[in-house]
Ligand binder design. Structure first.
Ligand SMILES: [Zn+2]
Length: 258
């Protein structure tokens, strides 16, 4: 190929790129529309009218009226809710859900059944509840019976460890016991295939964790790193966005948008 041919090809490419640039600038960017937009995975802890006085407890508590306003916002803006497992399944099939969020609730407090679940049902929404199996049936926490009702009602009940341990502090056998033990217990008690998503307590994991997640059959695992889920390139290191006590609806709208 001569230099002249190469420079002609180059010139043609440049003019195509420029033409494409003009097209993008004038037509609201078909290129950008083709990019998969991320799905926000929101993280709640307590949905409770009783707000603790300490700063951490307060921050982790969303009041029922605020939660209901958030569900109404999602409904009014045609933003659908899907479970974490459904999201992982959709992305694995090559789908990129638009206008969707995942609502997750950590730690399995009793208010999940008494407050969050009825409100989710009222708005036709679904949630993923990350519960530590060792805490089920203890004071202030969900009972197995409540979890079965929620599971039958379309909610995903998924693992948040056996004893809510930080996986990065455990050796391989310890991680397997902590993560796999929870999954086996849920499979037994909920009478269904155990859920295939996991949320790390405190969002922590280490180099061993991904292999453990694969070994126990998890499709996805969530941290507390902020961001949205665009793909499953690193399925055991997925981000979530925290919903805080003081978030007003404008702030929630930003958190729930891709
Ligand atoms: Zn937790």
């Amino acid at each position: 190929m001569t230099d002249i041919t190469i420079s002609r090809i180059f010139a043609t490419s440049v003019s195509r790129v420029l033409a494409l640039g003009a097209l993008v600038a004038t037509t609201a960017s078909p290129l950008y529309a083709a990019q998969p937009s991320g799905v926000p995975v929101l993280m709640y802890h307590l949905v409770d009218a009783h707000v603790p006085t300490d700063a951490v407890g307060r921050d982790l508590t969303v009041e029922p009226a605020a939660f209901e306003a958030q569900l109404r916002y999602l409904r009014d803006h045609k933003i659908r809710t899907m479970t974490a497992s459904e999201l992982a399944g959709a992305i694995a099939r090559g789908e990129h859900p638009h206008d969707a969020v995942v609502l997750t609730f950590d730690d399995g407090y009793a208010d999940a059944a008494t407050t969050a679940f009825p409100l989710l049902r009222k708005y036709g929404a679904r949630g993923t509840f990350y519960v530590s199996s060792g805490f089920v049936g203890t004071p202030r926490h969900l009972s197995w019976k409540q979890m079965r009702v929620m599971h039958k009602g379309g909610m995903e009940i998924a693992c948040h460890g056996t004893d809510h341990l930080d996986l990065s502090t455990l050796d391989r056998a310890g991680q397997l016991r902590e993560a796999g033990g929870c999954q086996a217990r849920f499979a037994r008690w909920l009478g269904a295939k155990a859920s295939d998503t996991y949320a790390y307590p405190a969002g922590k994991y280490d180099a061993t964790t991904f292999a453990i997640m694969r070994e126990i059959g998890m499709k996805a695992a969530f941290t507390e790193r902020p961001g949205t889920v665009r793909d499953l390139a690193s399925p055991y290191d997925l981000p979530r966005r925290r919903v805080r006590h003081d978030d007003d609806l404008a702030r929630f709208a930003a958190v729930a948008s891709p």
